[in-house]
Design a protein around this ligand. Sequence first.
Ligand code: ATP
Length: 337
Amino acid sequence: MSSISIRGVRKAFKGHEALKAIDLEVRDQEFCVLLGPSGCGKTTLMRIVAGLETETEGEVLIGGRSMKGLAPRHRNIAMVFQNYAVFPHMTIGENIGFGLRMRKTPPAQLQEQVRRAAALMHIEPLLERYAGQLSGGQRQRVAVARALAVQPDVLLMDEPLSNLDALLRLEMRSELKGLLRELGTTTIYVTHDQTEALGMADRIAVMHGGRIVQFDVPEQVYRMPATRFVGSFIGNPPMNFIANPEAQAALGCEPRAGLILGIRPEDLRPVPEGGLVLQARVVEMLGASQQLTARVGDDLLRVSLPALPAITTGQTLRLLAAPGAARWYDPEGNLCP
Ligand code: ATP
């Protein structure tokens, strides 16, 4: 069993509170994504789980065992961090096999695990090359392969695909997720890319200002953002927020005193009559869909529609909210039942 329990963890750097009472229970074999903007504390939390940083308060348990005072090498975890340290004087093969040699893995098994990890990261042809000769993206893949090769029970990854081009990144994403599921590895994966989080995670922990503001399955985080921040951060384009009661009513959402309406851009539907009347200001054609923006008083409204029929700039539209799509937020930005 390799669950990870983070209990009441707080971290202060010289008076600056980077983490404020974090509680997180990652289940055995779960793929948990930490998602949040730059500076929200993702890396600090990972470094504490890894034992590279000491918590100011609270504790971390792995497999039910407290990690208090345990050095990283005694925590039985593998990690891929942003500053992936690949040894330049070793070949790629030696780099990937490093952890296995430390664990005195028999040579035949070592070869097989190195080959498999290299194949997965598409670097098999590079095994004999020296790491010093590689590009940033290649080095990053070596670092991921080295962590995978030991087939760890617990894997911590901080933006492991950030240096890859878009297409390779997309491919690696699904291969990585598939392999970790097959191996049953408990994973914490840090990213600030919401698409990556939605696509890969069993559950997403959304972080904001040193706290976890929502921890749930991707569908729920997307459909029921716990705060306005989550609704804005997840989803492209982000959720719309409409304060004007008349506009809320025109969209078919009964206004609620003092509350702000939150509605996803794809949940606004054109209707032949009635609805909220507005003018398309900017129309962007995105292939399968088109996105348009319009002004509703002081609020900017974003709408996603199928590509056809094509909307033109300046065209008048009538919109209604899809049934059940309205979410309501209080002035502090919290979701109301
Ligand atoms: P990014 O996505 O940019 O890597 P992050 O979410 O991983 O951001 P952290 O690196 O965990 O954020 O940083 C959280 C906060 O703690 C930031 O305000 C950062 O400046 C601060 N911080 C991190 N490490 C230290 C340190 N060693 N000393 C002082 N402050 C630090």
